[in-house]
Design a protein. Structure first.
Length: 278
C-alpha cells in the first residue's frame, strides 16, 4: 500500500515536470514587444524626458527592466510588462515635449520683461549722472546682464537646458525688478536731499535781500528775505548792506511757521537803517 502511494506521487511529480518542460519548450519570448519598449524609452530620452519628465521616465525604465527580467525567466507576464513599459515611455515623451514647450515660453516671456525692466534701470542710472551712490548699482547691473546673455544662449541652444534657462529667466526678472526698485528708491532719496539742500546764491552788483528772496528760482517772495538774513548772519552785519561776491545759503526746508514769522518781520520792520546793531 505504501509502495503504491509512493509510486503514484513519483508519477505525479514526473508528470508536472514534464508539463513544465513542455511549456518551456513552447514559450515564446516577447522580443518584438521588448524591442518596441526599449525604442520608446530611447526616443523619450532624446527629447530629454529624463530631465523634463523625470518621474515618468524613471517609471518607464523600471518597467522595461522588469519586463526584461521576466522574459529572461520565461515568465508569462513578460509581454504585458513590455507593453506597459512602452506606454509609460510614450507618456514620458509627451510630458517632456509639453514641459519643454512651457519652459521655452516662460523663458521667452521673462526675458522680454527683464529687458524692459533693465532698460528702465539704465534710464534711472543715467538720470543719476555722476552721483557716487549710483555707481554702487553698476556691479549688480553687470551681473544681471551676464545672466541675461547666459539665459539667451540656453534658450537658443534649447536641448535639455530649457529648465535651466527657465530658472535663469526667473532669477533675472526678479533681480531686475529688485534692482529697479532700489535704484528708484535711491533716486527719490537723492531728489529729496536736493530739494532741501541749501541753494548757494552769489551776490551781484545792485542786489539786496528783498530782490534775492523774490527770485523765482529761490523763494518767489521778497517778504521772505529775513530767512536769508537769519541763515547767513555770519556774513551779514546789516540786512540793508550786502556786497557783491558774497555767497549766501538759501534754505529750502523752512517750515510754514518760519515763513510766516519772516513775512511778519519783513512787513513790520519799520524804518530801515544802515545798521541796526542786531
Amino acid at each position: 500500500m505504501m509502495i503504491a502511494r509512493r509510486c503514484a506521487l513519483i508519477t505525479l511529480v514526473l508528470a508536472l515536470a514534464g508539463l513544465q518542460a513542455a511549456c518551456m519548450m513552447f514559450y515564446k519570448r516577447p522580443d518584438v514587444e521588448l524591442e518596441a519598449a526599449s525604442t520608446s524609452v530611447s526616443n523619450s530620452k532624446e527629447v530629454c524626458a529624463d530631465i523634463y519628465a523625470s518621474d515618468a521616465f524613471a517609471e518607464a525604465q523600471d518597467k522595461l527592466k522588469e519586463a526584461q527580467v521576466a522574459a529572461d525567466h520565461k515568465e508569462k507576464g513578460a509581454k504585458d510588462l513590455a507593453l506597459e513599459a512602452k506606454g509609460l515611455a510614450e507618456k514620458s515623451k509627451a510630458d517632456a515635449i509639453r514641459r519643454g514647450d512651457e519652459a521655452r515660453a516662460t523663458t521667452s516671456k521673462n526675458l522680454a520683461e527683464a529687458r524692459d525692466v533693465l532698460a528702465n534701470v539704465d534710464a534711472a542710472l543715467s538720470d543719476l549722472g555722476e552721483d557716487e551712490g549710483g555707481a554702487l548699482f553698476v556691479s549688480r547691473m553687470d551681473s544681471l546682464r551676464g545672466l541675461e546673455v547666459k539665459t539667451e544662449t540656453q534658450l537658443r541652444e534649447a536641448g535639455c537646458g530649457l529648465l535651466a534657462a527657465e530658472d535663469g529667466s526667473k532669477t533675472l526678472l526678479s533681480g531686475a525688478n529688485e534692482l529697479l526698485a532700489d535704484v528708484e528708491s535711491y533716486a527719490l532719496s537723492v531728489k529729496a536731499k536736493q530739494q532741501v539742500a541749501p541753494i548757494l546764491h552769489s551776490v551781484v552788483q545792485g542786489e539786496c535781500l528783498w530782490r534775492i528772496a523774490g527770485y523765482s528760482t529761490l523763494y518767489s517772495d521778497p517778504f521772505l528775505w529775513p530767512l536769508i538774513y537769519s541763515a547767513n548772519r555770519d556774513q551779514i552785519k546789516d540786512p540793508d548792506l550786502i556786497f557783491p561776491g558774497q555767497v549766501f545759503e538759501v534754505l529750502r526746508d523752512s517750515t510754514d511757521a518760519e515763513k510766516a514769522e519772516a513775512r511778519h518781520k519783513a512787513s513790520t520792520r519799520g524804518d530801515w537803517s544802515l545798521y541796526d546793531g542786531k
